[in-house]
Design a protein around this ligand. Structure first.
Ligand code: DGL
Length: 272
């Protein structure tokens, strides 16, 4: 039994969609979440800048004594996962591999769509990994930047969201894909409207759900599983750090997470 926390970082609030799945599937694990809210968004920045931010976030969490690092941000996973793995000596899980694997398993007609931030799409990380697993699959990628503010404003299932989704996804729909990867932390909140626009035959791959499977596997493989809730232990410690004011993070984050955010502190990472 290893009760050191799992560390999770994201550019801001979005990684809470991954944390939510960790809480659901691994309820006994202690966790520490870092949202780099002072420097969000990452999705419009260069790979070099995102990698520097990611190193600083990873360094902060490692110093907190975490046993495993989850890079919950698609953008950070897309451009800096390998570099982070080289830097730290604990297991590191990103969100791209699990999402790509989910898509390869799901597609029947070998036509897969990927939506994400500009930086994620430009990195071609999803398409590279999908094609490495099955090079007969065709991948069609598209940035959908307006989905991020829509999710944060809670405009996830009204006519504005439907209009934006219709505008973005029309082209992808015409490509005849049967599987669509939600390659950004915020997009699972728009699942309803995305599936309405794409039609019900399309399988949506939620990277957050796929990632938790990988986390469970890694905890088992490295022999670092924490408490099982059935073992009658005290409730797990769930800490939050942000790099900017806590108010908005708590307000929006509780909606993303579906539960109260307590034990939160503002910190500085890399002189932000
Ligand atoms: N967390 C980012 C991602 O998953 C979205 C927000 C941002 O651009 O920082 O790509």
């Amino acid at each position: 039994m290893n009760d050191r926390p799992i560390g999770v970082f994201d550019s801001g609030i979005g990684g809470l969609t991954v944390l939510k799945e960790i809480f659901r599937d691994l309820p006994g694990e202690n966790t520490v979440y870092l949202g780099d809210t002072a420097r969000v968004p990452y999705g419009i920045r260069s790979a070099e800048t995102v990698t520097r931010y990611s190193f600083e976030n990873a360094g902060f969490l490692v110093a907190e004594g975490i046993k495993l690092l989850v890079v919950a941000c698609n953008t950070a996973s897309a451009v800096s996962l390998d570099a982070i793995k080289e830097k730290v000596s604990i297991p590191v899980i990103g969100v791209i591999d699990p999402g790509a694997k989910g898509a390869v398993m799901a597609t029947r007609n070998k036509r897969v769509g990927v939506i994400g931030t500009e930086a994620t799409v430009n990195s071609k990380a999803y398409s590279r990994i999908i094609k490495a697993m099955d090079n007969t699959i065709e991948v069609f990628s598209l940035p959908c930047p307006l989905f991020v503010p829509l999710a944060e404003e809670g405009l996830t299932d009204d006519e504005v969201a439907t209009l934006v989704a219709g505008r973005y996804l029309g082209n992808l729909k015409d490509r005849g894909i049967d599987t669509l990867v939600l390659g950004c932390t915020h997009y699972p909140l728009l699942k309803g409207v995305i599936s309405k626009v794409m039609g019900h035959g399309i399988v949506l791959i939620d990277s957050a759900i796929e990632t938790v499977r990988e986390i469970k596997k890694a905890l088992r493989e490295y022999g670092i599983e924490g408490n099982h809730p059935d073992e009658g232990t005290a409730s797990p410690l769930r800490r939050f750090y942000v790099t900017d004011a806590t108010d908005r993070f708590i307000k929006v984050g509780e909606r993303f997470l579906g539960q109260k955010i307590e034990h939160i502190e503002k910190i500085n990472v890399g002189g932000n």
